[in-house]
Design a protein around this ligand. Structure first.
Ligand code: GLV
Ligand code: GLV
Length: 335
């Protein structure tokens, strides 16, 4: 047989072999080879006629893209736990399954958020710059003082899987943990994690550290803004490893510049990527890293594996191991 009956898929970036190999083995895969994502036009061309799509958070999946792909498209597998880049209702309406990588990156992301928290508190990047600039001349009693992490109050905004793992880490540092979430965690979960739910304004007012672990939605867009910064302690440190637009960057700049809050550590930014000449990067009390919170060898491999499983399951119209919109299949059957 000369014709390849295997399903056609577009994979929007090279992902670790744990996912790429099974995809190549089971599908007719077009894999985008560049380090930079495809342009929108290129993406729209590549998705035409495919049965499955493997996207990153850099690919916007909306009506226009779904129309260009065509009615044979069965699944969009996102290589991320967050899926704000995907218009899920538009997929569901068309019976297109959406998968994410929930569960496998929880602890790795919590580790990274905690690393950011500690680095910002103890001013590690500033201190490292100081040494590299050959300014280290003596031991200094007043050099690079920062707040203690141990026994401080930690405010976790968004108490899902990742937020709860942060709480676990905080226990080891004898921190007092407050959280805000629209959902109330079960009392036994609160007891196990030593965390207490409080209204957002109390979490903001009482915390020495605030760490964000919400999804990006219209409700959480710019939830950290001039008003919320003004409610925080002047000594407070903000950590964001969720999505950039949860924080208003202009308000953050002013808050850091004017001492409304003490410091910030960001894994995610608005805009993203953040250009090297962005005003936030001119501030010594703002640490920025390029969206790497899930970037451990093991976790990126697990993400690739689950993304591949989601892709193949969706093509077969089987339940996805990490299924964002299980109702999509009901649509396809009744449509
Ligand atoms: C990364 O930010 C993810 O959502 O997995
Ligand atoms: C992600 O896994 C979350 O639910 O926080």
């Amino acid at each position: 047989m000369t014709s390849d009956k295997r399903p056609r898929v577009f994979v929007a970036r090279i992902i670790p072999d744990e996912g790429l190999q099974p995809i190549i083995a089971q599908t007719d895969a077009d894999v985008w080879q560049d380090e930079l994502p495809p342009t929108r036009d290129e993406l729209l061309r590549r998705v035409e006629g495919v049965d499955g799509l493997l996207t990153m958070l850099t690919e916007r999946v909306d009506d226009e893209l779904l129309d260009r792909a065509g009615p044979q498209l069965r699944v969009v597998s996102n290589y991320a736990v967050g899926y704000d880049n995907i218009e899920v209702p538009a997929c569901t309406r068309r019976g297109v399954a959406v998968g994410n990588t929930a569960g496998v990156l929880t602890e790795t992301t919590a580790d990274a958020a905690f690393a950011l928290l500690m680095a910002a508190a103890r001013r590690i990047p500033e201190a490292y710059d100081y040494v590299r600039q050959d300014r280290w001349k003596t031991w200094g009693p007043m050099m690079f003082l920062g707040p203690d992490v141990h026994h401080a109050t930690l405010g976790i905004v968004g108490f899902g899987r990742i937020g709860r793992e942060i709480a676990k880490r905080a226990r080891g540092f004898d921190m007092q943990v407050l959280y805000y979430d629209v959902m109330v965690a079960p009392p036994e979960e609160e007891a196990r994690l030593g965390a207490r739910r409080a209204p957002l304004e109390d979490v903001l007012a009482q915390s020495d550290f605030i760490t964000l672990h919400v999804n990006l939605t219209p409700e959480t867009h710019h939830m950290m803004n001039r008003e919320t910064f003004a409610r925080m302690k002047r000594s407070a440190v903000l950590v964001n490893a969720s999505r950039g637009p949860v924080v208003d960057p202009d308000a953050l700049y002013d808050a850091l510049n004017q001492g409304v809050i003490a410091a910030a550590a960001l894994d995610v930014t608005e805009p993203e990527p953040m250009p090297g000449n962005h005003k936030l990067l001119s501030l010594p009390n703002c640490l920025v890293v390029p969206h790497i919170a899930s970037a451990s060898f093991a976790t990126r491999g697990k993400m690739a594996s689950i993304a591949a499983q989601n892709l193949v399951a969706g093509i077969r119209q089987e339940p996805l191991p990490s299924f964002v919109n299980p109702d999509a299949y009901a649509r396809r059957v009744t449509a």
